[in-house]
Design a protein around this ligand. Sequence first.
Ligand code: SF4
Length: 429
Amino acid sequence: MHNKKVLFKGVSFGNQEHALERNKIMNYLKKNNIMLVEDINDADVVICDTCLFYFEDSLEAIDFLNKNKNKNAILIVTGVLSAKKELVKNRKGMIFLLNDELHMLDNILKVKYRFDTINEYFFSDFGVYSIFISKGCFQECTFCVDKYGFGKLRSVEPKEIIKLFKRGVENKCKIFHLLGQNTSIYGWDINTNLASLLGNIIKIPGNYKIKLDCVNPDFLIYLEELKPILRSNKISSIRISLNAATDKILNLVGKKFKINDFITFLGWMNKYCYETELIIVLITGYPGENFKDFKKMVGFILKYSNINLIFPIYVYKDIYFAESYKLKDKVNKTEKEIRKVLIDILLILVKHVEIEMRKSSSFKKRLFDAFLHNDSYDEMLDTLLKFNKQIKLENKSLNMLFYKAIYMIEAGDRVRKKRRWPVKRCIKL
Ligand code: SF4
């Protein structure tokens, strides 16, 4: 019988693979009756689960825990930072464990139930039954730092996934979530693919829906196989990491597909699977993204947005050990923020008209045409203000965004003196 008390801290929410590992560590600690404590003074073992996208926060957290833990307490660093432990100064005495090394906790904690006996393929949260279908990735997105920590693609055997899925159906689960670091390449290491897996899953009778997460547009390669599954009405949502809206930026991200092929897919979805929710992730401010590219992204959003399509927008983060750090023509921080805030405003307006107005397409077309003539951020903002006046949307957060945009474009530009981004004239509310 052990008597260790453990403090567990996670840095950032992390992605799906982080979520799974964290959940698994918690299940492991609970199953072994290890006492979890909140106060660092009570802990014999401190576990810090880290994230490389937030490596500054991870370093800060480790530093804090290391300084404040009991003298004899052990500090264990899990998560992706373990792949870059050279970033941690004063790491003497710390134990770094990559995801594949978590079984070493057995010895450290002297537990009864080994780490590899904890079921790693699913967890159920808020009524959603999540199944991990693969780990790792072999792709080369230039901004990605996760790939350093999660290793090569390792797909779970289809029969294992089917077994877990059936268990969920027997337990009357209605929503299934299929997760992986990059689910679109599921099975490429074991001679199968996502379409084949889904084809077998949807044969399982039951009243359920499936959500697909972390899907890269690599599925375009086997789209024809996927189409009947998408039309089966069983797939309720797909989260796609598109990242960019032009071939130029896709190429800089390290992607091989063409934006037009993706657009063709969107058109097909719109025609045959209109009710499937699409969540299309974009990044603004990628190195090399000039004003023209930014306008193309705005145009893309306006053209393809619809009631069931959501565009989460991220600002590019320049991490010095990511490959994209070496790319030329970086976008400065303020300009990245201006782009983000303009898109945030646009998305609020567009969602409002899609929900409230019957003729949302003519509104979007007029906005699109107006943007075509805008050559600067202030002109774009002016256009957004005018359209907002027309639709009379009263919304506190929208007003805040307008003020933020005005401040960033005007004051930011004045302070900098040098007009390094396109700003033409003052804007009045
Ligand atoms: S698809 Fe790209 S971003 Fe996603 S894990 Fe693989 S390399 Fe990283």
